[in-house]
Design a protein around this ligand. Structure first.
Ligand SMILES: C[S@@+](CC[C@H](N)C(=O)[O-])C[C@H]1O[C@@H](n2cnc3c(N)ncnc32)[C@H](O)[C@@H]1O
Length: 307
């Protein structure tokens, strides 16, 4: 397969944690260019059930269907709907669930998608069909709503000032493109300081538009019903807000393995023993991987197993 637009991040480490086997069934919740799925399908006589909310992966899906036939199945849907799709289609609990969250290179490098502050394009940022696009958020939301989005999802201290300026700019004319937004920030803080602020504002809007944190919380809480006993979930995330959610989920649900208290009531103990943690500390890419694929630099991998 020639198509190598998105380099799979932490591929070896993901596979080591997931530990795929022949006859296993694995869900790839973030199919993208299919890097993880391809590795499993080529190396094991296993099945993949893939999900992606973005219709732009459909050509790649067709290639996979041709190559792997009924070992490969695809749903164009969000990963928060994995469980409901399994129920609707009578799919049994699976051996593994892979999540590689965030944007793909195909999304960020395509100027028309309006994700990137490097290209001038209509500001959109939708991964799939959402309630609203980035354009609608920036041009219709109130000053307080915008400030909260920038602060909560971009951890940007100047959230309020930026929201205020956006409101006054858009009163003159709508903020239509990525560069319109970039220029608002540059006019406030200058070229140099803006380089740190712009990525945070873009990240905040993208997370909000795609409800990325809500999606992650939902799939993690569904993972118990998605996986069979002994099934594993591995998550690659790319920023601290996501990583905090994964880390907290693991701490809350795997804790009692190494912290069994005989004073806790039975129910509480049982609830806390849903999963076991698969590694002592978070896994990050090697210097060599980052050199070959700079986009891997902020990746973090964590995993847990249903018990
Ligand atoms: C980082 S890429 C995955 C790359 C893939 N592992 C590979 O090796 O090619 C993330 C993909 O997940 C999809 N995605 C992000 N959030 C999603 C969600 N909540 N539900 C379904 N797909 C999602 C994006 O559309 C994108 O195609």
């Amino acid at each position: 397969m020639e198509n190598q637009k998105h380099i799979p991040v932490l591929l070896n480490e993901v596979m080591r944690l997931l530990n795929p086997i022949d006859n296993g069934v694995y869900i790839d919740g973030t199919f993208g260019n299919g890097g993880y799925s391809l590795y499993i399908l080529q190396n094991f006589n296993a099945k993949i059930i893939a999900f992606d909310r973005d219709s732009s992966v459909l050509n790649r899906v067709d290639e996979f269907k041709k190559l792997f036939g009924n070992r490969f199945m695809f749903f164009q849907d969000t990963f928060s709907n994995i469980l409901s799709n399994m129920e609707k289609n009578n799919i049994n609990q699976v051996d593994g669930l892979m999540l590689d969250i965030g944007v793909s290179s195909m999304q960020i490098d395509n100027p028309e998608r309006g994700f990137s502050f490097r290209f001038d394009a209509p500001i959109n940022m939708e991964m799939g069909k959402n309630e609203f696009s980035a354009f609608e958020v920036i041009n219709n939301f109130s000053e307080t709503e915008l400030a909260n989005i920038f602060f909560e999802f971009g951890e940007e201290a100047r959230a309020r000032q930026i929201a205020k300026r956006i409101i006054s700019m858009r009163n003159d004319k709508p903020i239509k493109t990525t560069f319109d937004l970039v220029n608002v920030i540059k006019a406030m803080y200058g070229e140099w300081q803006s380089q740190k602020i712009i990525p945070k504002i873009f990240q905040a809007i993208r997370i909000f538009v795609n409800d990325e944190l809500g999606e992650l919380k939902k799939v993690l809480s569904d993972s118990y019903n998605i996986l069979k006993n002994g099934g594993r979930c591995v998550v690659v995330d790319f920023h601290s807000l996501e990583d905090r959610i994964v880390k907290n989920f693991i701490n809350e649900n795997c804790k009692s393995l190494n912290n069994n208290s005989r004073y806790l009531p039975d129910i509480e103990q049982k609830q806390k023993r849903l999963f076991k943690n698969l590694q002592k500390s978070v896994i990050i890419p090697s210097a060599l991987e980052i050199e070959n694929n700079p986009r891997a630099r902020s990746a973090k991998l964590r995993g847990f197993e249903k018990i």
